[in-house]
Design a protein around this ligand. Structure first.
Ligand SMILES: Nc1ncnc2c1ncn2[C@@H]1O[C@H](COP(=O)(O)OP(=O)(O)OP(=O)(O)O)[C@@H](O)[C@H]1O
Ligand SMILES: [Mg+2]
Length: 318
């Protein structure tokens, strides 16, 4: 079945010319199987066009909150966690959702991607985590994007991780910080650092869902067993409500046989957990980050922006 809301559907079943394929995410080949059987030659089959169930348009909200809290997690570095947090957050806001982005990486990458220099801030999530007198509402900042707020971080957050280690209920610190503002938002997205340490455990304990961005490159699946194991442990010991919302393939380059093989493997390994939305590799994401804007504002008509709007619809439907 074709996904909704896209133009320019390619002729169904037509072998893609891999030499000049333009990275778009705009179509689902007619009759494409749910999962590519091994017999299909990946040179002519692009698994990003797998398709699936129709994705409904989000219903407008007449009231807000309490928020669904989603952690963006993968301990592998550079797989698109921060880009996906910012882009998905802005796309959800464009559907009238009140969104809070939690920068939970001492690099402060979400803050930077939104054009904010976190090193100049007096208050960051560090203060909310470690100082009893600090109210999280005083740390939250509005951004240039309507309905998109930010809980910023900077290098101080790495000190919070050290301080928390010796505390009682150390895995619940972020949950405690977010509790007073949960009712003000529809969605809270937590951008995690590339590690499965205490900060990420806090994110998984505060969240009800996990999105796993996964690069479609060599070794994409390396470490996923450990991640799955960590999520299972958090579910059984700390947070029974936690579930994986989906696996998001990122940085996909349809022109390479290799990327097609990796995506096909990811789809076979995770089945329906893999989002229909596949984020293609394009320099627009770096350009948007340099400009300090989400892609949905920087290049709203680009295929990358449309991909994250489709992802927003998928997340709201799951
Ligand atoms: N779809 C994409 N196409 C091309 N470049 C991308 C794409 N998504 C992200 N990037 C770029 O790749 C780099 C890494 O992305 P990002 O920072 O989102 O990954 P990350 O998983 O958050 O990394 P880290 O683990 O270091 O926090 C950035 O320079 C970003 O602009
Ligand atoms: Mg990051």
């Amino acid at each position: 079945m074709e996904s909704q809301g896209f133009e320019g559907t390619e002729a169904g079943g037509q072998p893609a010319d891999v030499s000049d394929a333009v990275p778009t995410m705009d179509d689902a080949s007619e009759g494409a199987p749910e999962q590519a059987p091994a017999a299909i030659d990946p040179r002519v089959d692009d698994p990003s066009k797998r398709g699936g169930a129709a994705i409904p348009e989000p219903t407008p909200l007449d009231q807000h909150g309490p928020a669904r809290i989603i952690a963006m997690v993968n301990q592998k570095g550079g797989v698109g966690k921060t880009t996906s947090t910012v882009s998905l957050g802005a796309a959800l806001a464009s559907y009238g959702r009140r969104v809070l982005l939690v920068d939970f990486d001492p690099q402060g990458a979400v803050s930077v991607a939104l054009g904010i220099n976190p090193n100049e801030l007096d208050l960051t999530i560090y203060n909310a985590l470690t100082q009893a007198g600090c109210h999280v509402g005083d740390v939250v900042m509005s951004t240039d994007v309507i309905d998109l707020d930010l809980l910023p971080a900077n290098i101080d957050l790495s000190a919070a991780e050290v301080q928390l280690v010796s505390e009682v209920g150390r895995e619940h610190a972020l949950g405690r910080v977010l509790a007073p503002i949960k009712d003000e938002y529809d969605i809270i997205l937590i951008d995690c650092q590339p590690s499965l340490g205490l900060l990420t455990l806090n994110a998984l304990t505060a969240a009800s869902g996990v999105i796993i961005p996964m690069g479609t490159e060599y070794f994409a699946l390396r470490g996923v067993a450990l991640l799955k194991d960590t999520i299972d442990k958090v579910t059984s010991r700390l947070n029974p409500d936690l579930e994986i919302i989906g696996v998001l393939p990122t940085m996909y380059d349809a022109r390479t046989l290799h990327a097609r093989e990796v995506l096909s493997t990811v789809q076979q390994a995770f089945g329906d957990l893999v989002f229909q939305t596949v984020i293609h590799r394009t320099v627009k994401f770096q350009d948007a980050a340099v400009a300090g804007e989400p892609i949905t504002d920087f290049a709203p008509g680009s295929s990358g922006a449309e991909a994250y709007r489709q992802l927003a619809r998928e997340v709201l439907a799951r």
